[in-house]
Write a protein that binds this ligand. Structure first.
Ligand code: NDP
Length: 315
């Protein structure tokens, strides 16, 4: 066991806005938190370019820089940041146990989960090639860069419908690619999409390739899976909105979660069903999924953890 057998006050799992905000609050409250970054330090903001909707940055900021700032602020108050992935947990006892990928066991009185969610992707090579050069999984984050331009969006759920509607207010035309002949989105969201004059729906349509050059996306090659017809459509932005997957697999034996994997927290709190285990950010929020809301729930988790530790006389 690590930490010389010491039981830590607070382990934070995850290093996006939720995790680092929890760390800032926990560190300032004297909890000496240890934060495990996971495999993708910084989380989803690391695959964003400019962040223009986070208050306090009037000129915008690059996602990776913002996460560096968050981290430095957490470290400044004494957070220990460890570049490791937590691979296993055991929440059965009064003291919680987590294990790093290399098998090291850590014990803690409280655990804050901020493991985030990952966007699902189509799996095309060109999607990777043009990531952040026109390919995005977040219309609210990146739509602004495609003002008055032709963009595409893939998906037919509520997220795709909401994002298509959002993009339609900014962009010239939104080409919406739907793989079946109907949408999964709720009726009201579908109506919004169908009523928007500049959303062009392509039914039964799949993406064969995202096209581009050194400057980024220039178009897409799509195929109608009923007629077999292949066509090319010029676009500069290509948004993928086919769902997100919360990174909560390792908690499924211990924590209440929705069928989709999102952790369930008690109303008006970050408390899970296990005492001393708190959840924040996109791992528990499938509705807002913004950096600022993740930071907000990270703060909630740290305050709840502090109250928990202090009620037990630990801090
Ligand atoms: P969903 O899982 O509901 O929808 C995913 C969509 O992506 C489906 O239409 C699916 O197609 C399509 N899709 C999946 N894989 C592919 C692929 N490889 N190629 C093309 N299309 C693909 O995810 P959402 O993110 O939309 O929603 C998640 C949850 O969040 C839902 O419960 C939703 O209701 C909720 N939500 C609610 C909102 C609100 O109330 N304002 C806003 C956003 C989300 P197919 O239908 O063919 O399977």
């Amino acid at each position: 066991m690590s930490n010389n057998g010491e039981i830590l006050n607070c382990v934070i799992i995850g290093s996006g806005p939720a995790g680092y905000t929890a760390a800032i609050y926990a560190a300032r409250a004297g909890m000496k938190p240890v934060l495990f970054t996971g495999k993708e330090p910084g989380g989803q903001l690391m695959i964003t370019t400019d962040v223009e909707n986070y208050p306090g940055y009037p000129d915008g900021i690059m996602g990776p820089q913002m996460m560096e700032d968050f981290k430095n602020q957490a470290v400044r108050f004494g957070t220990e940041v460890r570049m490791e992935l937590i691979a296993k947990v055991d929440f059965s006892g009064p003291v919680h146990k987590v294990w790093t990928e290399s098998g090291e066991e850590i014990q803690a009185h409280s655990v804050i989960i901020s493991t985030g969610a990952s966007a699902k992707w189509l799996g095309l090579e060109s999607e990777q090639t043009f990531m952040n050069k026109g390919v995005s999984a977040c219309a609210v984050c990146d739509g602004f860069f495609f003002r008055n331009q032709e963009v595409a969006i893939v998906g037919a759920g509520d997220t795709a419908a909401e994002e298509a509607t959002y993009l339609s207010k900014l962009c010239k035309t939104v080409h919406m690619l739907i793989r079946r002949d109907e949408m999964r989105a709720s009726k009201i969201m579908q109506e919004r999409v169908k009523n928007a004059e500049n959303i062009k729906i392509y039914w039964n349509t799949e993406t064969e390739e995202i096209l581009g050059d050194d400057n980024g996306v220039t178009g897409m090659r799509i195929k109608n899976n009923v007629s077999g017809e292949v066509s090319e459509v010029p676009v500069t932005g290509f948004f993928v909105a086919i769902g997100h997957k919360p990174n909560t697999d390792i908690f499924k034996d211990w924590l209440d979660m929705e069928d989709s994997g999102y952790l369930i927290t008690k109303p008006d709190s970050a408390k899970t069903n296990v005492d001393g285990v708190f959840a924040s950010g996109d791992a528990q929020d499938h509705v807002y999924r913004q950096a600022v809301t993740a930071a907000g729930t990270g703060c909630m988790a740290a305050l709840d953890a502090e109250r928990y530790l202090s009620a037990k006389g630990i801090i």
